[in-house]
Ligand binder design. Sequence first.
Ligand code: KG4
Ligand code: ZN
Length: 340
Amino acid sequence: MTISHYPGPVLGIETSCDETSAALVESGRVLSNIVSSQTDLHAQWGGVVPEAAARAHVEAILPVLVSALAAAGVAKEDVRAVAATNRPGLVGALSVGLTAAKTFAHVRGLPFVAVHHLEGHLLSVLADHPDAPFPHVALVVSGGHTELVEVVAPGAYRLLGQTLDDAAGEAFDKSARLLGLGYPGGRAIQEAARAGDPGRYPLPRGLSGDTLDFSFSGLKTAVLRLVEREGEALRTADAAASIQEAIVGVLADRAARAAERFEATCLTLVGGVAANEALRERLKGRCERLGLRFLTPSFDLCTDNAAMIALAGSIRLARGERTSLDVDVFSNAPLPDSDG
Ligand code: KG4
Ligand code: ZN
């Protein structure tokens, strides 16, 4: 499938959670992708505080936008269209980026399109792999989402399975907090797990049976019990490796099951947790054995970023889609299931 992109530089803006990001893409190529993370701010509370996130976006948005233009070598007069995340996410945080994007589009008289955050993650593979085949099966794993999706074509998605409680990233973050490894937890668990034995502490894998759904709440409870039971004797590296194994194992099994069930020829791994090296390696191996193509974005494009929003927006704009400037933000929203 040849994918059409909007001609000329497209500005993307993403502020759905705790990353303020602006990016320029042109013809599917990423010219710049500036991300200002609020991780240090939220670390003191051990998680994202929505009001603090919105205020930090207000401070960061203009410098980030200016940096993205400068890094791309694109003058503001040369931007041809604007895309921004308007759903799902923290409403205060989303409003900052959406308002900046609308203002830019209005002042410069440019076409504008609002993008679903998960569509950004799903299409992020196109930055490094513009020849990604459609349809394919995608595993979207982030701090807020754990979903298996059939990506029929850009703009057309079918939900195959999802978490019934915590997201995979949340399972990493909550477990890391229980182990005293700090926030955000995914990377901290990955680092601690390097020296650990993944077989030392057997942990639950959630739902059994032939399902494509996930459940991570039992893991969280089991980690709490493990920490209480072992006390000082707890081997942190072994616990981290065991937790990572429990999460990676179940994600890889379900993704392989979905790919087989839907006779996919390609599996993609996207979202913040796709930065996990053990998960990338495991899925790569599974796909090799199943004869599937395995695609995952470079690390910068796994965690939240505006390049993926600009890419998704560029594809929608090229089809003639426009969003009215009175569009709102939404904390929850289903994935677009057709070209809508
Ligand atoms: O996509 P993302 O940046 O934000 C959301 O849309 O939620 O994902 C953030 C999540 C966090 O839960 C973080 O702990 C996790 O991605 N994460 C990782 C790694 N890097 C980030 N999880 C496991 N291993 C990593 N290396
Ligand atoms: Zn995300």
